[in-house]
Write a protein that binds this ligand. Structure first.
Ligand code: AYL
Length: 543
């Protein structure tokens, strides 16, 4: 028997994400909702946001972008990313975002994988964006400069404002309601994840899944508190997590809009600014990742600011030590609740409700409408509380499929719709703990690093005969390390630094081989060719 959520099922509407966020029955709010953290006189209300969404949706129609084709953004956070996300999804196109620290090769990979039809590029990233588009054979007239102020045409690339419809034209635009089955089958967003194995893949999330996960997380947020969706209480958030990731999209765009919580949108992350904004705007709650909790614990800058307005931190994306959770919670007098989820589960799957303070490191309870199974190495179901197994999940927030990758889809979703997470969990009395990771994934700063991607790059080096990448943990932080077998003639000549530099020239910072390069005679593999990562992780522990 699978485990089910302790909460009653929620009734989730089957509709367009725009119908859910901007219901015609409710007047649109004109209060500042998305506010520029750096320049708070600049903001967008719910009503203004909808107008930008419509103007862009009509603009995309005019460009002739077909349904279910990708609108990609390559930018640090700013308010208009929310408009691009909802315009793309709401007009039945697909939203996808690339990490603004990506190299040309990384952006080009994503552009090609998703067959981007339009790319909106921040002016600071124009050179990288144009070079990547060339590699991906995307023509210049499909690229647009994308920031919160108008830019002149540069290298033939126009500002995104040039494709926007006028206000009156936009007002006439109506979205497809996507009632019923269409809500389940229409993809709204594609974020990238390596899943349990291989290279990063596009994760197809439907309108229905987006709505489901927002509803589940809002239920969970208010569970056991005096507040509710109709009366969320006095809240102010700071959006510093990147909007190309599911976590920020869920809270900064969808939930903030639904609950009408003002959110200060921050561009590039900087810890001092982060603290300054919390103080300045009296931020009440934050969605964070474990490295933020580490910074709050260790960095002296925290003493310079008054962050006593903060009452709640919601932490997900990587393991958080309970000692650290408890220390930071006591010191700053706030509740820290963990949540677990994946790009493939829209975002959340298991979370600690409301203002519950847990001292055991638990990630919480299954959220409504969600079932789980624990499965042993032979594929048998584990039913005894406290016994570890691979976590499988089922619920309306699971991905539809991996984009144009039937093989990966079949490998990760069973015929009766269980999604295999690759995480190892235990459960006791309805609570859940993540105890291990069975899949290859390395998590650095809460961000995914796919070993297969690093291995492909290592093999491009002429002196490398074979290579494997694994995550190793140093001072509670996971970082990538490579085990490399050199070609005969390179042995004793090619150095660790050579390999590290080679990789660093091709990847974003968080994927660099900070855990070092170890030379081996042979990369340990099974007869099938499968790399034995566990063994290398054991070696690393003995260093
Ligand atoms: P992706 N503890 C341990 N590992 C975790 C946790 C956690 N609390 N949360 C995520 N992971 C790991 O796609 C786990 O290995 O999504 C999982 O398979 O970037 C992988 O990260 C997925 O990484 C929320 C809010 C989850 C945010 C998130 C983060 C989603 C990260 C639930 O409510």
């Amino acid at each position: 028997m699978p485990y089910s959520s302790p909460y009653p099922d929620l009734d989730i509407p089957k509709q367009n994400i725009l119908s859910y966020l901007f219901p015609p029955s409710k007047p649109l709010s004109t209060k500042p909702l998305w506010i520029d953290a750096q320049n708070p006189s600049v903001s967008l209300s719910q009503a203004q946001m909808l107008l930008w969404i419509k103007r862009l949706a009509v603009g995309l129609d005019r460009l002739g972008i077909p349904e279910q084709r990708a609108v990609m953004v390559f930018t640090p956070n700013h308010m208009y990313v929310c408009a691009a996300y909802l315009a793309a999804a709401g007009s039945k196109r697909l939203f996808t975002g690339a990490n603004p620290i990506y190299t040309v090769n990384e952006v080009a990979h994503q552009m090609k994988a998703i067959e981007a039809a339009v790319v909106l590029i921040h002016p600071d990233l124009l050179e990288t964006g144009i070079a990547a588009a060339k590699q991906a054979h995307i023509s210049t007239d499909r690229l647009f400069i994308f920031s919160d102020s108008e830019s002149p045409t540069t290298q033939g690339v126009r500002d995104w404002r040039s494709i926007l419809a006028s206000e009156s034209e936009a007002e006439a635009w109506q979205w497809d309601p996507l009632d019923g089955e269409a809500s389940l089958q229409t993809i709204a967003a594609i974020n990238f994840s390596s899943g349990t194995t291989g290279l990063p893949k596009g994760v197809c999330i439907s309108h229905r899944s987006l709505i489901t996960n927002a509803a589940q997380c809002m239920f969970n947020k208010f569970e056991g508190t005096q507040y509710s969706q109709d009366n969320p209480g006095p809240e102010r958030w700071l959006a510093f997590l990147p909007l190309y990731h599911a976590y920020s999209q869920l809270w900064t765009i969808n939930i903030a809009c639904k609950l009408q919580v003002p959110v200060y949108v921050m561009g590039r992350f900087n810890f001092d600014d982060f603290l300054k904004y919390i103080e300045q705007y009296k931020v009440t709650a934050l969605q964070v990742v474990p490295p933020i909790i580490v910074m709050l614990s260790k960095r002296p800058e925290t003493a310079k600011y008054d962050i006593s307005s903060l009452k709640h931190l919601f932490c997900g994306a990587a393991p958080l030590k309970s000692e650290l959770q408890n220390e930071v919670s006591k010191r700053f007098n706030l509740v820290i609740g963990q949540g677990w989820g994946m790009t493939e589960t829209t975002c959340a799957g298991i979370t600690m409700p409301g203002m519950t303070m847990d001292l055991t490191g638990s990630i919480g309870y299954l959220i409504p409408n969600t079932e789980a199974m624990l499965v042993d190495d032979d594929g048998k179901e584990i039913t005894k509380d406290g016994e570890p197994g691979e976590l499988w999940l089922r619920g309306p927030q699971m991905l539809l499929c991996y984009w144009r990758n039937e093989k990966a889809t079949k490998e990760s979703i069973t015929e009766d719709k269980w999604f295999k997470t690759g995480d190892v969990a235990i459960t006791k009395r309805g609570l859940w703990w993540i105890v291990d990771r069975k899949k290859e994934l390395i998590k650095v700063n809460g961000l995914q690093v796919a070993p297969a991607e690093l291995e492909a790059i290592l093999l491009e080096h002429p002196d490398v005969a074979d290579a494997a990448a694994v995550g190793i943990t140093i001072h509670d932080e996971e970082i990538p390390r490579a085990y490399v077998a050199l070609q005969e003639q390179a042995k004793g000549k090619t150095t660790e630094e050579d390999i590290k530099k080679f990789v660093a020239s091709k990847v974003a910072k968080h994927k660099r081989l900070e855990g070092g390069v170890k030379f081996v005679d042979e990369v340990p593999k099974l007869a099938s060719g499968k790399i034995v990562r566990k063994l290398m992780k054991e070696w690393a522990k003995q260093d």
